[in-house]
Design a protein around this ligand. Structure first.
Ligand SMILES: Nc1ncnc2c1ncn2[C@@H]1O[C@H](COP(=O)(O)OP(=O)(O)OP(=O)(O)O)[C@@H](O)[C@H]1O
Ligand SMILES: [Mg+2]
Length: 377
């Protein structure tokens, strides 16, 4: 079934959906005749009908376009499909950390070194964004606010990319407008966000939640509803121990988790760079078990038929090519059908004319009575 188009892009595959938007793999039209797969993130109808959310989605999309870093998903543009805005992004073949944790808990845990490496890379991406300055050297004060496992993509090439920078403000607005709404990511708020406070240490806390989940397969705030999560956050006094759930987590790693997850921002790592350094120092004794190749092998083993990124892109490109050819084939078939019908109609007509001609000969041909004629004259 065709997914249709979004603006000037042809939608190929639906990758996923969240509360605000749905994500597609799509074809970007190009002048060089080659198909370029991209990811499209389009607001869902209920969000597109809310002008405040649309405004925020657009503002934050523009902000995301400024972020250029190897571990942040590139946002190429903000476009319109009728009234609905959508983002055009880099497409990352792979799986989210949420998928990976879910899949690996059913087959044993995620290796500790990989969990730490992923979070260390995300800390580096956050640090980059936190420190971005404008042309006058003033800090832009960028905070992600929505660091959560579905927003951390792991490519089958072993790359790690943080998604959805800046879209969290829109999410907060949605929650405000829909009290009591049950949501997947409410469990990734930091305690101070309940008071409307938020700074880079909020991202540190949220990354701590991701680290805890990657190490243990368990969520720190597993409550189902917003009300329950708010209550649990209000009563949050001490960080949980990952080591208590997984004994092979070293005390040093547990200390990093505890520091990131300190209830008071002042007791946490004061920025993402400090958290990254602490994570890296726990990685060193684990050796090279957590390099990009190891992550690529792990993601491929859990999520793909062994295809490389190039093969995945080739597959989507082939799918696109096939779709592009489909209308041409259809037109060809229609032309052939029309030709066959035309021929049939023509020969039918010829037959009719011949038949009609024979009868006409019988009726119209003058029947001259020569004897009568001679008598008359
Ligand atoms: N650029 C991308 N490339 C590949 N997959 C992506 C990309 N962006 C998003 N995804 C996938 O699509 C899924 C849905 O993304 P989306 O941001 O809409 O929802 P979410 O993050 O799960 O929820 P929320 O609405 O709470 O943000 C993600 O979990 C991820 O697996
Ligand atoms: Mg997301």
């Amino acid at each position: 079934m065709s997914l249709g188009t979004c603006g000037r892009y042809e939608l190929v595959r639906r990758i996923g959906a969240g509360e605000l938007a749905e994500v597609f793999a799509a074809r970007r039209p190009s002048t060089d005749g080659r198909d370029h797969p991209v990811a499209i993130k389009r607001l869902l109808p209920h969000a597109a009908a809310n002008p405040a959310l649309v405004g925020m989605f657009e503002d934050e999309g523009r902000l995301a376009m400024r972020l250029v870093h190897p571990n942040i998903c590139r946002v190429y543009g903000l476009e319109q499909d009728g009234e609905t805005p959508f983002l055009v992004m880099e497409w990352i073949p792979g799986a989210s950390l949420r998928d990976l944790v879910e899949r690996s808990s059913s087959r044993g845990s995620l290796p500790i070194s990989l969990a730490i490496r992923i979070c260390s890379i995300v800390a580096g991406a956050l640090d980059h964004a936190h420190l971005i300055r404008d042309s006058h050297g003033r800090g832009l004060g960028i905070v992600h606010r929505d660091v959560a496992p579905p927003n951390i993509m792991l490519g089958i090439d072993g790359g790690v990319k943080l998604l959805d920078f800046g879209l969290a403000k829109a999410r907060t607005q949605l929650h405000r407008t829909q009290p009591g709404f049950v949501k997947g990511k409410f469990g990734y708020l930091a305690p101070e966000q309940l008071q409307g406070l938020c700074d880079v240490r909020t991202d540190v806390f949220q990354l701590g939640l991701c680290l805890f989940e990657a190490l243990t397969g368990c969520r720190v705030f597993p409550q189902d509803t917003a009300a329950e999560t708010v209550a649990a956050l209000g009563e949050y006094r001490a960080p949980p121990s990952a080591r208590a759930l997984r004994p092979d987590v070293s005390p040093e790693i547990d200390a990093v988790v505890a520091r990131a997850l300190a209830p008071a921002p002042n007791d946490r790592f004061q920025d993402a760079r400090a958290m990254r350094a602490a994570l890296d120092s726990t990685l060193r004794p684990l050796g090279h078990a957590a390099d990009q190749l190891a992550l690529a092998a792990f993601v491929s083993a859990h999520f793909s038929s062994g295809d490389t990124v190039e093969e995945q892109i080739d597959r989507v490109t082939a799918e696109l090519e096939q779709r592009r050819r489909r209308p041409i084939l259809l037109v060809l078939m229609l032309v052939l059908l029309a030709g066959a019908l035309g021929l049939a109609a023509y020969s039918g007509y010829r037959h009719y004319v011949r038949e009609r001609g024979d009868h006409a000969g019988e009726t119209v041909r003058p029947s001259v009575n020569w004897e009568q004629l001679q008598r008359d004259h």
